[in-house]
Design a protein around this ligand. Sequence first.
Ligand SMILES: NC(=O)c1ccc[n+]([C@@H]2O[C@H](COP(=O)([O-])OP(=O)(O)OC[C@H]3O[C@@H](n4cnc5c(N)ncnc54)[C@H](O)[C@@H]3O)[C@@H](O)[C@H]2O)c1
Length: 348
Amino acid sequence: MDTVRKWRIGVIGCGAWGPNHVRNFSALSNAEVVGAADLQPDRLARVKAIVPGIATFTDADAMMAITKPDAVVVSTPTMTHFDVVRQALSSGKHVLCEKPLCLTGQEADALVAMADERGLRLMVGHVFMFNPGILKLKELVSNGDLGSRIYYLFARRTNLGPIRQDVNAVLDLASHDVSIYNFLLDAVPTKVSAVGQAFLQPGIQDVAVITLTYPGGIIGSIHVSWLDPRKVREITVVGDRRMAMWDDLATLGPVMVFDKGVTKKPREYSDFGEFQLLTREGDVTVPRVPPAEPLRMQAQAFIEALEAPETLRSDGRVGAQVVRVLAAINESMARGGAPIAINSPEGR
Ligand SMILES: NC(=O)c1ccc[n+]([C@@H]2O[C@H](COP(=O)([O-])OP(=O)(O)OC[C@H]3O[C@@H](n4cnc5c(N)ncnc54)[C@H](O)[C@@H]3O)[C@@H](O)[C@H]2O)c1
């Protein structure tokens, strides 16, 4: 009889989010959470309630040395990711790091190189790449259901709080939308332009309005804010044949497809190549999207990648691309909205 291998997982950082990783990995039949670490001992109580008997530590190195996990999840504040991930990789652990991977493209490249040299998996928790609604949107875009050309995307990710003190709303919130856009379009933007303001804390932008230009002139617009009256998690994708909307908070279903568009019709009796623009208003459909917890799907995908490296999605390179875009957005905000080319010295 085959016995299922249980991958040993350690979780580093057990604040607001880390315990969700503990819960999701514990629920998988081929994983067990063997240890957890947090600098603050009181934070470990929640983890003990989820996995009774789990070994807990205030030092990540001690957790890795004593519980000997195969892989660790890094769910510490973003500013610490580079050091914590580097330490985990140098201890020979596969890593699933929360988004964003780190702060600069150079740091990201260094982590990717370290993982490659050691034959370790490095995955970044761009959890929306595992969200069933976003996967449906991806299917619609890839199958050409929205048309042969995507014109633009528009995202809103707003709420009143949670307000972070370590990173701005771009790193915290727009990291999601950038990862979604890159995933949907299978591309990275060529340039970005953004304005933002730090109203509540000096130097930490609460609000940003971002414009990304993708190859082919596709526009990606993003509005993020933790200083807004309404919780909104929406993306609109406009193609040359149909349009779609994703709303993570919708009760009917997360995706709506609008059979709407504009057709160019040559004008009759005109020799000058003139045409009419006719709007078309067809049905609105709500495709079936099977419910699933994205973080669970992400945990499952990580374990799958431990077993079969070629299945790794949202890997370190994907994470590095997102980091470069975020760095360019921050640079543009610092320069009053100036366009920044990705991969330019400024955008690194
Ligand atoms: N995917 C998502 O939707 C999502 C949601 C929330 C947070 N996150 C990400 O998760 C990460 C953590 O966010 P959070 O809200 O839980 O933050 P948090 O501040 O609530 O928790 C972070 C914890 O890490 C601990 N810590 C810091 N340095 C450490 C170290 N070297 N070793 C061990 N523990 C250490 C802190 O004591 C703290 O308890 C961030 O990167 C954030 O972007 C992702």
